[in-house]
Design a binder for this molecule. Structure first.
Ligand code: ADP
Length: 434
């Protein structure tokens, strides 16, 4: 118990969960908040707090304003170090939000920092993201030659992070190369000092292995601001040995015991989710399909789904899904429009989720990034205590919702491509064993 030492600002929702999940794995009890909490007064009981923003693709001015608001709230919580989290593929628009947000946070933390240097390191070797001589690799490919080239919102065509960052910040950018990192924390710190003497304020740091992340983590002790993907979170917690090696460490992913009925709501149409839905149905489990055209025709799809669920929940988990193959999704989008189809389905699935919780569901899996955002909003969830990992990047969480009558609700939010084929059954097995 006690006040948080690490305060994180994440530029999107599933990225925040990915970071929180790594912090818990490294032994810190972690709470994720949805947006900046309105209540400045009450202290969050955790070692680390991750504030989830939606600032990756908004205008830079807005991203800066949101991030500074999060910073002020985290400072009021008394955190010792601030961590700005972005995607491990350094996703940023050509205008770029990573640079402006980093500059603003550096300025705001200047007095306390006394050293004015931060790092930028998206590396997450377990997830095939490595940085070598300042160049970001996605698997075996350079970032600029990977699929990220054609991303609809944040196309990344330059793999040289020193150059990418330099184009976004008013401060000089430098590099801590792999050979320095390999020599250990002391060598990394000496390189930080040398760069600072040259006037560098942001150092891109190479990392190609988990061992590198551990060495870098130690070298970051006391740095006021760290900017990184979620990988750096694996090495950072060792700077608070009292927390991660103390009695609480093995309890970092503990959640209150699971109770109540079980359900899955799926609005993701990714290949992985389609396979997970099929796997669940083939196992003979109860599943109910949502037809977007029926929603558009004005049918009471929410009522029908909840009536069906009422008959099957006792034999749960039950699955309610809009998940469909690409061709079917295209056909629906052609009739309704992409945005309208998406919003209609999200609205129906979030109302169904609330109805399920009102009917006694206390263990809820949601598939789909946007779908998860909609469901969590409709449930009125403000913060999530992060628990055990089901599959990489997807932990169980414990939340409060008005719909659950102040009882603990366990929620797992799975972004589209995550999770093994048996995810929808495995999730509940993991929770029962936790
Ligand atoms: P993912 O994480 O796989 O990208 P999201 O929930 O972020 O999943 O996005 C899926 C989008 O597709 C949502 O807006 C959802 O409402 C929409 N959708 C789900 N099922 C269908 C469908 N059958 N037809 C058209 N759109 C759908």
């Amino acid at each position: 118990m006690g006040q948080a030492v690490l305060g994180c600002i994440a530029d999107d929702f599933t990225g925040a969960t990915d970071l929180a999940n790594n912090l818990v794995r490294a032994g810190m009890r972690t709470v994720q908040t949805i947006g900046v909490p309105e209540d400045a007064g009450s202290a969050v009981d955790a070692d680390a707090i991750v504030v989830a923003l939606k600032s990756r693709t908004v205008a830079p001015g807005q991203a800066v304003a949101q991030s500074l608001q999060a910073l002020r709230w985290l400072q009021a919580q008394g955190v010792e170090q601030v961590y700005f989290k972005y995607c491990s593929t350094f996703d940023s628009t050509p205008a770029g939000n990573i640079g402006p947000v980093t500059d603003a946070l550096l300025d705001a933390l200047e007095d306390r920092a006394g050293n004015g240097l931060t790092i930028a390191c998206p590396a997450f070797p377990e997830n095939q993201r490595t940085v070598f001589k300042g160049h970001l690799f996605v698997g075996d490919q350079l970032l600029g030659e990977s699929g990220m080239r054609d991303h609809p919102l944040t196309p990344m065509t330059d793999s040289n992070l020193v150059r990418v960052m330099q184009a976004q910040t008013r401060h000089p950018v430098g590099l801590v190369a792999y050979d320095t990192v390999a020599r250990g924390p002391q060598a990394i710190r000496e390189r930080f000092a040398a760069l600072q003497d040259e006037g560098v304020r942001i150092a891109i740091v190479d990392a190609v292995s988990n061992d590198d992340l551990m060495r870098i983590g130690i070298a970051l002790k006391g740095m006021a601001l760290v900017t990184a993907g979620s990988g750096i979170a694996l090495g950072l917690p060792q700077n608070w040995p009292r927390l991660v090696h103390g009695a609480g460490a093995s309890l970092a992913n503990r959640l209150p015991p699971a109770t109540g009925l079980r359900a899955i709501v799926s609005g993701s149409c990714s290949l992985a989710t389609n396979a997970q839905v099929l796997h669940f149905k083939h196992a003979g489990r109860p599943a109910f399909a949502i037809d977007p055209l029926a929603i558009a025709a004005g049918d009471d799809v929410v009522g029908q789904a909840l009536a069906w669920a009422g008959r099957h929940l006792a034999d749960g988990p039950v699955l309610i899904y809009a998940t469909a193959a690409a061709a079917d999704v295209k056909a629906v989008q052609a009739q309704l429009g992409v945005a309208r189809a998406g919003e209609m389905v999200e609205q129906v699935l979030s109302h169904i989720s609330v109805g399920l919780v009102e009917r006694g569901v206390r263990q809820l899996v949601v598939a789909g990034g946007e779908t998860s955002g909609a469901v969590v909003r409709e449930l009125g969830v403000r913060q999530m205590l992060i628990g055990p990992q089901i599959d990489p990047g997807v932990p169980w969480t414990a939340v409060q919702s008005p719909a659950s009558a102040d009882e603990t609700l366990h929620v797992a939010l799975k972004s589209g491509n995550f999770g093994s084929e048996d995810f929808f059954t495995k999730a509940f097995t993991v929770l029962a064993a936790a």
